[in-house]
Every structure is written in structure tokens, then in C-alpha cells.
Design a protein around this ligand. Sequence first.
Ligand code: ADP
Ligand code: ZN
Length: 207
Amino acid sequence: MIPIVHRNTGWIEVICGSMFSGKSEELIRRLRRAMIARQKVAIFKPKIDNRFSEDHIVSHSELKIPSTNVESPWDILEESLEAQVVGIDEAQFFDKDLVLVCQKLANMGKRVIVAGLDQDYRGEPFEPIPQLLAVAEYIDKTHAICVICGNPANYTQRKTEDKERVVVGASDVYEARCRNCFEPPEEVRKNVKLPRRPEKEEKGDRK
Ligand code: ADP
Ligand code: ZN
């Protein structure tokens, strides 16, 4: 994937996309390869995401790898001082300090691999992933398959009426959809489907 030889430097890789797009599978694949090569690997996920396991990252296809649950990005920094490779899953559930921590880890010479949702259930950017994309050396966008039409899916459709940004769930709550089949919630639907040039604020401008 990365045909470049790094000398005495760390870097950040981001794997992002919708739910079911294979972010965790890809993260696990990269981390396993590093472990096989006997690199020191530290793996984290936020405490909030204990859907499948307290102490493993588990993909929807049931691949798994041991991980540590942490509350704050600063815990990641403290607990990966010895690591050569740092893996982080479900990164959208961390606050914006995750960007500072990833930068610090990369500046210390570590390979930092981060997986996370880039959009929320409304189709809006899910911080801090956009900020992380800006500073990452490498970015991969993964796609699921739209459950309605079979196109590549870039959106996460929430199947319930909940309005909170974070509702933890799997295929009971979410499904993957493409741009055509994604139905954003009512309050954002107009902006997504029918964008209009905003009205001029001062009517006196027109002469
Ligand atoms: P993510 O971390 O992006 O949510 P995972 O790596 O946990 O994704 O899971 C990917 C797996 O999800 C696929 O290999 C497949 O088994 C399963 N899956 C479920 N629904 C879909 C879908 N609509 N498109 C593709 N894969 C799906
Ligand atoms: Zn579709």
C-alpha cells in the first residue's frame, strides 16, 4: 500500500468511511502484519464503544484483536510510549485532542493508524476525523455496499428516530447506503437535496 521507505520519522494513516465499510478489518489487517514483523504495537478504542467486546477491537465480520479501552486521547499518549505502531479504532468518539495526541505520537517517530467514521448519521462531518485527515500523511476511504441498490455506500443510514449524534449500535440501528439511497433526517433533508444560493442580506445592494 505504501511503497515509500520511512527513515527516522513517524506518520499518520487514516482509514475512514461509512459503517460496515471495512475500517476495522483494514485496521486489524495492518496491525496484525506489524505484530508478525515483531513491532511493538499498542491498540486503543474509546470506552463508549463496548458493543462487542471490552478488551478487543471486533469487526462486523468478527475479526478481532486485543485492545485497551480509554476515556481520553491523553491516555493513549501515556500508554503507548514504548510502542512503534499505535492503532486507534472508532476515533470519531474521541474529542479534538485526539489530533494533538496523534501528531505528538507521529512526531515521536511512531506509525499511527486511525480508523473512524467520517460522517455522522445526518451525513455531516464527524469531528475530529476531518481535522485528522488534514494532518495525516496517508488516507484511505473505504466503502460498504448499499443495501438498497448495490452501489458503493458512503453513508450510514440510521434506522431509528433517535436524534442524538452518538447512538451505539450495529445492523440493528444502522445500514450502509449510497448517495442516491441515503435518506438524511427531515431537518437536514432540504439542505442536502435542494441547496439554494443564500438570500442577499441587504436588499439595498441591488441597483
Ligand atoms: P466498519 O469498521 O467500517 O464498520 P467492519 O470492518 O467492522 O466495518 O466490517 C466490515 C464487514 O461488515 C464486512 O466484511 C461484511 O462482513 C460486513 N457488512 C455488513 N453489512 C455490509 C454492507 N452493507 N456492505 C459491506 N459489508 C457489510
Ligand atoms: Zn443505493
